[in-house]
Design a protein around this ligand. Structure first.
Ligand code: NDP
Length: 313
């Protein structure tokens, strides 16, 4: 391959070799700012190698106010797909909703998945020169990690989702599709959790029937669920945010999976859950599984995520 997969392509500096590469091979990138830390090239390179497929997957650094022009440029070159990460997931959603033409080609078909609609955020884009697909694979990634890698069923379980930000929004629809007994969204700002519940009921009335979806704050008296998912960003700041009644010593009465979407460190949430005997998981499996879902959308094959997860750990 002409370019080193570890290179960061700088959009503001002209995009280096990407225009040439896009003519020679199937190209994909992860777009973000910052982007040098992203594990996505490593993951997708392994997927492609497993499948005997030849692709280029690079990191694209874009100035934080120039997503739309960079996306037009990128797909205009013939790049086939992109992952989108911080801070561009909302920009990608807006761009995919309104873009009319890419390069000199009209967008004739547009598919925004329900997951992306509910999240109001897009982490995966696919362009085939005619149809634009915008998806959010974070939720499928989370569900696959819990149910396949950790072998814990969500169906029939009580779930507490801590947080109502972008990550929580992205995972809600795939979680609901598993038909848990209940989902309680607990957020510091109660109004955001409530608004998210209201949006779900509007978008997914049929799926919401028969299960309890509710919002609460950290001050609420919240029963200990079967599965706790930490979708707050408290791991980044080494804080611990839990419902107040869980901080009493006797709160863990039954086996619980405590899942932190954060990866790369043991968070205060994970430490707390470990101390109380819960099964603990970090978000690395979710990262690999969301990448596998994106790869499947682009390449119509499902890679072996176990091998990649093991190599990353
Ligand atoms: P957002 O900034 O969109 O949301 C942050 C959430 O955390 C909000 O609900 C916010 O509450 C809450 N929060 C922040 N600080 C506190 C605090 N001190 N006490 C209580 N609640 C707090 O972030 P994202 O949703 O994008 O990301 C959340 C986490 O998920 C990050 O750690 C990120 O790394 C991880 N993630 C992992 C992925 C993976 O593949 N493993 C994919 C995507 C995200 P409020 O609404 O009140 O402000």
């Amino acid at each position: 391959m002409a370019a080193d997969l570890d290179d960061v392509i700088d959009y503001a500096a002209g995009g280096s070799e990407l225009p040439d590469l896009a003519q020679q091979t199937d190209c994909y990138v992860v777009i973000g700012n910052p982007i040098a830390h992203s594990k996505s090239p490593l993951i997708h390179r392994q997927f492609a190698s497993q499948m005997g497929q030849s692709i280029y997957y690079g990191r694209l650094l874009v100035p934080s106010d120039r997503f739309a022009e960079a996306a037009n440029w990128l797909f205009g070159l013939g790049v086939k797909g992109a992952n989108v990460t911080v801070p561009f997931k909302l920009d990608a959603f807006a761009w995919a909703q309104q873009v009319q033409s890419i390069g000199n080609l009209a967008v004739l078909q547009r598919h925004m998945t329900v997951q992306a609609q509910l999240a109001g955020a897009v982490n995966t884009l696919k362009w085939d020169g005619c149809a634009l697909t915008a998806d959010n694979t974070d939720g499928v990634g989370l569900v696959n990690d819990i149910t396949l890698n950790h072998q814990i069923a969500i169906h029939g379980k009580s779930v507490v989702l801590l947080g109502a930000g972008g990550a929580a929004r992205g995972v809600l629809q795939p979680l609901l599709a598993q038909q848990p007994a209940s989902i309680t969204i607990v957020n510091r700002t109660l109004a955001k959790a409530q608004a998210l519940c209201d949006e779900v009921v509007k978008l997914l009335p049929a799926q919401s029937l028969g299960l309890i979806l509710q919002a609460d704050s950290f001050d609420g008296d919240i029963p200990m669920p079967d599965i706790i998912i930490n979708a707050t960003s408290t791991g980044l700041s080494d804080e611990l945010a839990l419902p107040a009644n869980w901080l009493t010593p006797a709160s863990f009465g039954k086996p619980v999976l405590a899942y932190d979407m954060m990866y790369g460190k043991v968070t205060p949430f994970m430490q707390w859950a470990q101390t109380h005997g819960a099964q603990v998981a970090d978000g690395l499996g979710m990262l690999v599984e969301q990448a596998a879902a994106a790869f499947g959308l682009w390449r119509q094959v499902k890679p072996d995520t176990q091998a990649v997860l093991q190599s990353l750990r």
